[in-house]
Design a binder for this molecule. Structure first.
Ligand code: FRU
Length: 494
């Protein structure tokens, strides 16, 4: 009885307090929690005709707390409808949190959630540690019942040399032979990230298969939220490492997102990596999860936030949002991301300019807004070719955010230094873009509290959130030296 109570309490709370949040207080097409706090996407799937997206959820405050699973559904990946919370931390094995996990449709039509149960236990010296196990819940797309023999993967299933304390975020999938596989994030004894592979015939009884991949301290200490899938004839492994060390402009310190491109060897159960790159080069992106859509697209969604910069604006009733869903492909050995094509259906008024010379600050009539999809192509003027080109947005006399490009180093910089934050944390980030003699294409998507910048048709993406007042809706262009730009801008409809 007491168990159902915890979920009921969360459902009552979110129904009551979620209703106080007006639509304009949220992004228009990025998912936010019904109320309170959100982190990782969980259980992203297509089930019974709709996309389902669950999320790490603490309804009672805008800070992380005992993790529940929030739940939303959508037909187009952009308009989300909140459903009642799906899981609450109400069992012995998950009493300190229902951590991240994934979903799958079983042969009999039931919906299966696989998640990490977390419980804190005392050590001999009186301090506390955490034990993490993998658990199941069965449901119908709205109500879920936890499997009575949870956990299905426990301490005894973790191979020697790997951690029972950092053992989380199962991503479940089908094997080609009809069975099931799941990969789970781990920290190995050398204090570095690793992924464990497990197999099952019925999705209930699991056994350890192999160490899928480990990084020997090259990419962070603990690999969270893994995903593994086929893409354009290769295999891609996504992981979100904690405690990364900076490596040039590819990886920054702290929590990062890493994409390993290579091959999965079915015989050995190992991943052979060829290339490694960051997933998102901006400030806010973590723990992405992917699905294969019914029409065969690999679509990824991430938590558009970073652990080290989680400061909710004063008075906000929600904190944390998902990224745009992005279609993935491989081009020249790199991961390419573009906004899902459904976004084009939200396009309203179009404004188009060609061959506009830019030197000093340039404002173009009709180019403004906080809900927009804008593509800017910049080229150098032969005489006095530009040294820096900059697009400013979410702008008024006191605020702006920006994306800028320096052709001499071929670097793109995203900045929210002047977005209105008065706290000292990360406000800028840079990455390399392909050097095309000063030509660059930027697709900038704004949705009230965020910007996602797709560089050169998705070769790099930089995402960031900001809470600048909505009245700051100006856009301007500026070059040091001479540039020529084309601009195609659509208002996006809420
Ligand atoms: C990643 C993460 C996961 C964990 C969850 C807890 O952001 O740390 O590893 O399951 O968040 O909320």
């Amino acid at each position: 009885m007491i168990h159902i109570e915890k979920l009921r309490k969360a459902r009552d709370y979110e129904a009551q307090y979620g209703a106080f949040i007006r639509a304009e207080e949220r992004p228009a097409f990025h998912l936010t929690p019904r109320v309170g706090w959100m982190n990782d996407p969980n259980g992203f799937c297509f089930y019974r005709g709709r996309y389902h997206l669950f999320y790490q959820y603490h309804p009672y405050s805008t800070q992380w707390g005992p993790m529940h699973w929030g739940h939303a559904v959508s037909r187009d990946l952009l308009h989300w409808e909140h459903l009642p919370a799906a899981l609450a931390p109400d069992q012995r094995y998950d009493r300190d949190g229902c951590f991240s996990g994934s979903a799958l449709t079983l042969g009999d039509g039931r919906h299966l959630l696989m998640y990490t149960g977390t419980r804190n236990v005392p050590r001999e010296d009186g301090t506390k540690t955490t034990v993490q196990t993998q658990c199941l819940a069965f449901g119908d797309g709205e109500n879920y019942i936890k499997y009575e023999q949870n956990p299905v993967l426990g301490e005894a299933d973790v191979p020697e040399g790997f951690s029972i304390h950092d053992f989380r975020d199962p991503k479940i999938g089908r094997r080609p032979d009809g069975g099931f596989a799941c990969i789970v994030g781990n920290r190995s004894d050398d204090e570095s990230g690793a992924i464990l592979l497990f197999e099952s015939e019925d999705a209930i009884h699991w056994r350890f298969r192999s160490i899928l991949e480990r990084c020997g301290n090259e990419y962070g200490k603990m690999w969270e939220c893994p995903d593994l899938f086929e893409l354009d004839g290769r295999h891609v492994l996504l992981v979100s490492p904690q405690d990364m060390c900076q490596a040039g402009l590819e990886f920054h310190n702290g929590n990062g997102t890493v994409c390993l491109i290579g091959g999965f060897d079915e015989k050995t159960g190992k991943f052979e990596r060829d290339r490694v790159q960051a997933v998102d080069y901006g400030i806010d992106f973590y723990a992405p999860q992917t699905i294969l859509t019914p029409d065969g697209r690999r679509v990824m969604i991430g938590w558009m936030q970073n652990w080290d910069t989680c400061i909710a604006p004063e008075g906000s009733k929600w904190f944390g949002q998902m990224s745009l869903p992005r279609e993935l492909s491989l081009r020249n050995g790199r991961l390419i991301q573009v906004p899902v094509r459904e976004l084009e259906q939200l396009r309203g008024r179009r404004v188009h300019y060609e061959n506009v010379p830019v030197r000093a600050e340039t404002v173009l009539q009709g180019v403004n807004g906080r809900l927009l999809d804008m593509t800017v192509t910049v080229r150098p003027q032969t005489a006095d070719a530009y040294r820096v080109f900059c697009v400013r947005f979410a702008r008024d006399s006191r605020h702006h955010s920006s994306v800028s490009y320096r052709p001499d180093s071929s670097t793109v910089r995203i900045s929210r230094v002047h977005a209105g934050y008065n706290r000292d944390f990360v406000h800028e980030r840079k990455c390399f873009a392909a050097d095309r003699g000063g030509e660059l294409k930027l697709r900038i998507i704004l949705d009230r509290f965020s910007a996602e910048v797709f560089v050169n048709d998705g070769e790099q993406v930089l995402s960031m959130t900001f809470y600048t007042p909505q009245t700051a809706d100006g856009v301007c262009f500026e070059a040091q030296g001479s540039a020529v730009i084309d601009v195609e801008k659509y208002d996006l409809m809420a």
